[in-house]
Design a protein around this ligand. Structure first.
Ligand code: LMR
Length: 347
């Protein structure tokens, strides 16, 4: 059986509370499935179903449904409907949900090394992503073999892409100094704060679900995200300018509660792993197209002027943060890893 799109509203507050409390009371691992019967993977995420992460989550549920028999069910909860940025990692560790795919920046407090994926201009184009993040690279090892996640009962299953981030605000931004004095929403990452510091902008960490309202009410002036997130949250309707800077990456670490995973039979574990691999492949197939479609929707809406940076303008943004921001955070990301990335950059 496959269940998707059950909303917080449809469930009702009492039901959501009972999910969370029930899971905690049972100690987590087998709580969602309820004893020895069929097991349920509750998969919570914060973005819209039509985005690269939303589509990969649906694909994962579909493959489990087709291949894993009646003993395993996946319920996908998009749009922060069950848990949001502020509580989803706690929910994963306690077993209130079994699976998440947060952006790397969301792990900053529990696994700071994952901020390697937040380094500005780590990728020049989406074509560079697979080679740099594959499990056998230094970056891949920092993610797939992350001990801090393992210590917190979190197992990494894969890495999904959204794509590269663009800058939005109500003023045109063609050079770093254009951001000076503006306030940008950031994900909770020190590296991202360092990036905006270099550009002279103030920062406010906010949960993803709060960004649209904060932009609309003028609490913040701008934000950074791939087109698919900007369009699906209607941010473009309250932002007059987007700079196509492709300056950073939003990648998702697909994670499962380790106790839950290990409570599954080895056949079901294999089935989950295979479904994750298929979802990752599917994600890479669709992510770029979904961002292109979202960009076109924004163009058609005619609310927002999109400025594509010239190579020289993009280089000026890059020079303002590389290598300075990379070096500033080498102590959290790992000096060896940063040195290797800088050597590749220069090579
Ligand atoms: C954000 O908070 O801007 C993104 O990480 C949301 C997401 O999951 O893509």
């Amino acid at each position: 059986m496959r269940v998707t799109l059950t909303s917080r509203k449809a469930l009702g507050t009492a039901a959501v509370l009972s999910i969370a409390l029930g899971a905690t009371a049972c100690g987590g691992a087998r709580s969602a499935g309820g004893g020895d019967g069929p097991q349920t993977i509750r998969f919570s995420h914060v973005v819209a179903a039509e985005t690269p992460k939303g589509q990969a989550a649906e694909k994962f549920a579909e493959v489990v449904d087709e291949n894993c028999g009646d003993e395993l069910t996946v319920e996908v909860y998009p749009n922060s409907e069950l848990y949001g940025d502020e509580d989803e990692l706690q929910a994963l560790q306690s077993g209130a949900v079994q699976m998440l795919a947060p952006a790397s920046a969301k792990f900053t407090t529990i696994a700071p090394q994952l901020q390697v994926l937040d380094l500005p201009f780590l990728f020049d184009s989406v074509d560079d992503i697979p080679d740099i993040v594959s499990p056998d690279t230094a970056v891949g090892q920092a993610i797939y073999e992350n001990q801090e996640l393992a210590d917190r009962n979190i197992q990494v299953l894969g890495l999904w892409d959204n794509g590269l981030k663009q800058l939005s605000s109500n003023t045109e931004m063609t050079q770093p100094s254009d951001l000076g004095g503006q306030r940008f929403r950031i994900q909770p990452s020190d590296v991202l704060q360092g990036q905006f510091d270099q550009w002279g902008a103030a920062t406010t960490p906010l949960a993803f679900a709060e960004v649209y309202n904060a932009l609309q009410q003028g609490v913040i002036d701008g934000q950074e995200n791939p087109y698919s997130n900007i369009e699906s949250q209607n941010m473009h309707t309250v932002q007059e300018h987007i700079t196509e800077s492709n300056h950073g990456y939003i990648g998702y670490v697909q994670t499962i509660n380790t106790d839950f995973f290990e409570s599954l039979s080895s056949e079901l574990q294999d089935c989950v792993t295979t479904a994750s691999d298929e979802a990752a492949t599917y994600n890479r197939e669709v992510a770029a197209d979904l961002n292109d479609e979202a960009k076109q929707t924004i163009i058609d809406a005619d609310t927002t002027e999109i400025t594509e940076l010239t190579p020289e303008q993009r280089q000026a943004f890059k020079d303002s943060v590389v290598p300075s921001v990379w070096e500033d955070y080498a102590d959290v990301i790992g000096q060896d890893l940063v040195d290797e990335l800088l050597a590749n950059e220069q090579g």
